[in-house]
Ligand binder design. Structure first.
Ligand code: SF4
Length: 399
């Protein structure tokens, strides 16, 4: 094809996708690699606007939640992970029930609506530990939504407790789990997945567990960790694998891409997605996922400027204030923020900020700056242990 024919094809595809038409993986790859950045962003923003009616078109959301990383003991040893310690390691720890409950109570006091329990694959923690912990949280704090664990944990708990995946999901759900987080997806395509996480379940298994959970009424999000050495075609294939499952289940509420952080782990600085690649991926995801409602931009891994720019590239959500996070932060994500700043990032991007819940319901729309919530305690990494691991980490409240 001549360059002008390619350019015409790109224009046609962008219009088609912006109007809600489906694009193939091959077409997505062409747009990802060759579409002009601004045109890609404009088409993604148009696709975003098509999804939301009335005032919601102008709204961009955030959530207040806390990642409680309940153990760093893990036998899966992902090469990109700076958080885990192998079973038996002297630096391994697991929080007590009391400590987890204390952190939940503290989060609730700061306005959190959601808890993400995320941790290592400890051989010492079987289904009973999770059942007891979830039930205790729900009993003490029924207002908190448990958007926690993920397909990887289902596989791990199944092995430890000798249960099939459906039994694990049923028991977790009955104990209080509301929905699964999308972590553990990393990259689902097997070649790069094996290279970075050889002991983790396959991408197909991750998807099959999510499909099973969706069929059982437990919805989830889906994620993508970019920048560990995957090709552009493999990036698009990751999206295709998720879209195919979504066509059958409709259970992925949101797609959340972020970038690999290269410190304190075995992969180190081998590769990292650039900010432009990240923005292109956000826009492409909005155009490709005609069947996923929400798209989250990451400020934690790419910084607040890029996080804000994602709102012009198809994102409708900036994710969490993140009162606590230790896993990605251990690998070098140093960006810090707070509620006031997220509200201002959204507002100065020309959108109306709103706090949402796990189901993306707007809890509080901040239409008038004079009515903005003021609580200086609501900042990221309120008590993250990861701060101690960062040699040049900044104090939690700083930006
Ligand atoms: S990413 Fe999760 S599963 Fe992998 S080593 Fe770290 S804690 Fe374990």
């Amino acid at each position: 094809m001549t360059s002008s024919a390619v350019s015409t094809k790109i224009d046609t595809l962008l219009r088609h996708a912006a109007d809600g038409g489906r694009i193939s993986p091959e077409e997505a790859l062409l747009l990802y690699t060759d579409a002009p950045l601004h045109a890609l962003g404009e088409a993604a923003d148009a696709a975003r606007k098509r999804r939301y009616a009335g005032d919601s078109v102008n709204i961009a959301t955030y959530i207040i939640d806390r990642n409680i990383n309940y153990t760093n003991v893990c036998l899966t040893a992902c090469k990109f992970c700076a958080f885990y310690r192998a079973p038996g390691h002297s630096e391994g720890w697991t929080h007590t029930d009391d400590e987890i409950l204390r952190r939940c109570g503290e989060a609730l006091d700061l306005g959190a609506t959601q808890i993400m329990l995320q941790g290592g694959h400890s051989p010492a923690l079987g289904i009973e530990w999770y059942e007891r912990t979830f039930a205790a949280i729900k009993q003490a704090y029924p207002e908190l939504t448990l958007h926690s664990l993920g397909a990887s944990e289902v596989v791990h708990i199944g092995k430890v407790s000798k249960l099939d995946h459906a039994e694990v999901i049923t028991r977790l759900h009955a104990a209080g789990l509301d929905s699964f987080a999308g972590a553990g997806a990393e990259i689902l395509v097997q070649r790069p997945r094996t290279a970075i996480a050889p002991l983790k379940e396959s991408g197909e298994t991750w998807l099959s567990v999510m499909e099973l959970a969706h069929g059982m009424g437990v919805e989830s999000t889906a994620t993508f960790m970019m920048g560990t050495g995957e090709t552009n075609a493999e990036r698009i294939e990751h999206l295709r694998m998720i879209r195919d499952v979504q066509d059958r289940t409709g259970g992925f509420r949101s797609f959340i891409p972020w970038t690999y952080q290269p410190e304190n782990n075995h992969l180190k600085g081998r590769t990292q997605a650039t900010s432009l690649e990240y923005l292109r991926m956000v826009a492409l995801a909005r155009l490709f996922f005609d069947n996923i409602n929400h798209l989250q931009g990451s400020w934690l891994t790419t910084g607040k400027d890029i996080g804000q720019l994602t709102l012009h590239f198809g994102a409708d959500d900036l994710g969490s204030v993140m009162l606590e996070e230790n896993v990605v932060s251990s690998a070098g994500a140093r960006h810090r923020s707070n509620r006031t700043e997220l509200i201002e990032l959204i507002r100065s991007a020309g959108r109306v900020p709103a706090q949402r819940d796990t189901l993306y319901k707007h809890l509080s729309v901040h239409a008038d700056p004079a009515d903005d919530p003021v609580d200086a305690r609501v900042h990221s990494h309120f008590s993250s242990t990861a701060l101690k691991l960062l040699p040049t980490g900044v104090p939690a409240a700083a930006s």
